[in-house]
Design a binder for this molecule. Structure first.
Ligand code: FDP
Length: 341
């Protein structure tokens, strides 16, 4: 049974612990929660109101845009633009940065988001989600924002989180140096109620999540790691269980709660040769902040995800994220394989 702490009250309580806080970040978080309530309403009705299917457009990632993606993007852009809090927005669905005319000079924050992650699953009613990153503006107030406001490393995030639209809708977020808290949406009262306080992820999990169809193109060491996980070792709880929804936010959320590791390695062949698939600003970075603040880890194979300084808005990265000891082990396997080459 949940206590009756709404997300709004939780955000206000947190703000009280920050002497000197202006309240703008709290309002911004509340705007995001409100947008996600609207998005979840349409996600649950999508089949009835003809929001399923494709718009016919191709987005910046070269993917066909699903109608719900576009809807979710519009809701977030509109809500964030109307408040006076955000000077710059980056969306996975939009080629360039969005500068909200109303608040470009006065907004203290920058937001990047993936409005609807896991969109290839939408038409099959599989869990999908919204992921967001919040930075403090770097350019001076009073002027126009710059690209550098958005191209900040994860270590500079002031808050990040996600909403998973699943069997119930849940919002999970964390702030700099803070705990990770989860709120379950109660449709009867129209509120996100606090349901998971100070989430900690197990140091070692028992689940691995990876698209095994790509095994032949994985970077060296990843296959060795996955083989280890399949090998019976009762002391380490092995063999692990394989779970892959193909919707990052849902795979991540399950692994965060139960313990496990999600892998999306660099591809060594095909169109994405030498690159990962997932987007740094909209997917890897915000989930890395959640994982790290919950006691887990997130790495690109080259460096901790939160240390990467983005050079492009839609930059992709390999991602190894989840329980700390599992992430450390996959990195060790990759290092060993690279040493052998
Ligand atoms: P989708 O293509 O459905 O939008 O980043 C997008 C993403 O989903 C992630 O949510 C998901 O984890 C991943 O791609 C799935 O990729 P594969 O289909 O290559 O496994």
């Amino acid at each position: 049974m949940y206590g009756m702490v709404t997300i709004e009250r939780h955000i206000i309580e947190q703000e009280r612990d920050q002497p000197g806080a202006s309240g703008m970040l709290s309002e911004l978080l509340y705007d995001i929660a409100l947008s996600c309530k609207i998005i979840q309403r349409e996600v649950t009705r999508a089949g009835l109101i003809e929001l399923l299917g494709k718009t016919g457009d191709i987005n910046i990632q070269g993917e066909t845009v699903a109608k719900l993606d576009e809807y979710a993007n519009d809701v977030l852009v509109r809500t964030l633009s109307q408040g006076q809090r955000v000077c710059l927005i980056g969306s996975e669905e939009v080629d360039d940065m969005i500068v909200p005319a109303e608040s470009a000079t006065v907004g203290k924050y920058v937001v990047a988001f993936d409005p609807l992650d896991g969109s290839s699953n939408i038409d099959a009613n599989v869990s999908i989600g919204t992921i967001f990153s919040i930075f403090r503006r770097r350019s001076p107030l009073g002027g126009q924002p710059t690209r550098e406001d958005l191209l900040q490393p994860g270590n500079e995030l002031v808050a990040a989180g996600y909403v998973v639209y699943g069997s119930s809708t849940m919002l999970v977020y964390t702030t700099k140096g803070g705990t990770v808290n989860g709120f379950t949406y109660d449709p009867s009262v129209g509120e996100f109620l606090r349901s998971h306080i100070a989430i900690r992820t197990p140091d070692r999990g028992h689940i691995y999540s990876v698209n095994e169809g790509n095994t032949e193109s994985w970077e060296p060491g990843v296959e060795d790691f996955v083989k280890r996980l399949k090998h019976a070792d009762p002391d380490l709880g092995r063999p692990y269980t394989s779970r892959y929804i193909g919707s990052l936010v849902a795979d991540f959320h399950r692994n965060l709660l139960y313990g496990g590791v999600f892998l999306y390695p660099r591809s060594m062949s095909g169109g994405r040769k030498g690159r990962g698939k997932l987007r740094l600003l909209y997917e890897a970075m915000p989930l890395a902040m959640v994982a790290v603040n919950a006691g887990g880890a997130a790495h690109s194979g080259d460096q901790p995800v939160l240390d990467i300084v983005p050079t492009e808005l839609h930059q992709r990265t390999p991602l190894f994220i989840g329980s700390r000891l599992d992430v450390e082990e996959v990195l060790a396997c990759m290092q060993a394989a690279n040493g052998k080459r």
